[in-house]
Design a binder for this molecule. Structure first.
Ligand SMILES: [Zn+2]
Length: 66
């Protein structure tokens, strides 16, 4: 299953973070993917294969420009 995602996209993960959100922002892509929790700003690095498996849904990037 091919999932398309890009830097800055918000992804919904299968597992919820302890802070209560399941949405993460992609902040770095490569062999490993770095994602930032949108709830508590914690940064996690995952191997791409695991990341792709744990994605539930790719959402549009946040359009809020503050
Ligand atoms: Zn969190």
């Amino acid at each position: 299953m091919n999932k398309i995602f890009n830097m800055g996209d918000i992804v919904q993960m299968k597992k919820m973070h302890p802070c209560g959100t399941d949405k993460w922002e992609i902040i770095r892509m490569g062999a490993d993917i770095k994602i930032k929790c949108t709830g508590c700003s914690r940064i996690v690095m995952l191997p791409r294969s695991k990341f792709e498996k744990d994605i539930k849904k790719v959402m549009a990037p946040t359009e809020e420009s503050k």
